[in-house]
Design a protein around this ligand. Sequence first.
Ligand SMILES: [Zn+2]
Length: 90
Amino acid sequence: MAEFETYDREQAYQEIYSRFMQMEVPPCTQCGSLNTASVQVGVIGLTIRLAATCRKFKLIPNGPKTGNWFCNSCQKFFNIPDETDKRAAP
Ligand SMILES: [Zn+2]
């Protein structure tokens, strides 16, 4: 992410924002909602702003992640089976 240091902050924000908004998000495994977000770890100014404005961006201050995805409808973290380690599958 070093490239962002030379970017205008507003430009960096807009680029990441549009990237997340265009991203395919999986439906919630628990309620089926498509209002889900990619979970990111860490707190810096840019990500705080993204978390506040982009519904596909879920920020948690510390790892490890409870899940790779977060459902805005039922407020739960979840993983897509294809993404998880094979050992976690039944
Ligand atoms: Zn849900």
